[in-house]
Unconditional design. Structure first.
Ligand SMILES: C[S@@+](CC[C@H](N)C(=O)[O-])C[C@H]1O[C@@H](n2cnc3c(N)ncnc32)[C@H](O)[C@@H]1O
Length: 229
């Protein structure tokens, strides 16, 4: 399987947003002990070349959710539950994490891992197109998190932005796309994906209802907060 998230695959001009030595240093500071199931999930990602957010971004997601006292989160593109683990950990006992993924095998693995981690009771995992599952789910959210195929990023932003409560967050991974967003001469691994990410980022930063910021860790994580007034 080609790792389309790799910085260098078919993208010789790739930039690395944060120097690997600096990310290594940041990683060395993370000495919190988490559930051993995380080690298993991370090992599987390496073995299968599966694009999980990994530890530094996971902790970032957990912190964001805790900072706004999140109680209800929708995730577009859950894979086998790695990023959901971090969000679920931040939710209180009454919290609800709605996951979505197109592959039922991911749901099965997520159930196994997140049950072992003791957070499955907060997860509501649906199999199918994330955008359709979102439309079938009523109510607003404290956080909408986007990690689907990159060509769909602008559409997911457009549907999610209206259903984030004031003070709530829209978060999306891979918004620097290994530097392709910053160079003229990039090689798109999937035609149109870089353009879609560029449009997604432009839409968010020009939206008067949101304040936005990009954390360059790993492949870039955008956080857009819906203004309260
Ligand atoms: C980048 S991975 C998600 C990784 C996960 N968020 C994590 O960090 O652990 C993207 C996942 O979304 C799924 N996916 C991509 N586009 C989708 C869509 N439009 N609807 C549902 N699932 C989608 C893929 O099957 C894949 O499992």
């Amino acid at each position: 399987m080609i790792d389309i998230y790799s910085p260098t695959v078919q993208n010789p001009s790739a930039l690395v947003p944060v120097d690997p030595a600096i990310e290594g240093y940041m990683r060395s500071l993370v000495n919190q002990t988490d559930h051993p199931v995380l080690i298993e999930m991370e090992a599987l990602a390496r073995q299968k070349n599966f694009p999980i957010v990994d530890r530094l971004v996971g902790i970032f997601l957990e912190t964001q959710a805790k900072m706004i006292n999140a109680r209800r989160i929708f995730e577009f593109g859950s894979g086998y539950g790695y990023s959901a683990y971090w969000f679920a950990k931040a939710l209180g006992v009454e919290g609800e994490m709605i996951c979505s993924d197109g592959d039922s095998r991911n749901q099965e693995m997520a159930e196994k891992y997140l049950s072992t981690a003791g957070v499955w009771n907060k997860i509501n995992f649906h199999v199918g197109l994330a955008q359709e599952i979102f439309m079938q789910t009523s109510g607003d959210f404290d956080i909408c998190y986007n990690d689907v195929d990159k060509g769909d990023y602008p559409d997911v932003w457009k549907m999610a932005r209206d259903r984030i409560r004031p003070g709530g967050l829209y978060i999306a991974d891979n918004v620097l796309w290994h530097g392709r967003v910053a160079v003229e001469d990039f090689t798109d691994i999937v035609p149109g994906w870089t353009e879609a990410i560029l449009e997604h980022n432009r839409l968010i930063f020009s939206d008067p209802l949101f304040d936005a910021f990009i954390n360059p860790t790993r492949d870039g994580v955008i956080v857009a907060r819906r203004k309260t007034a």
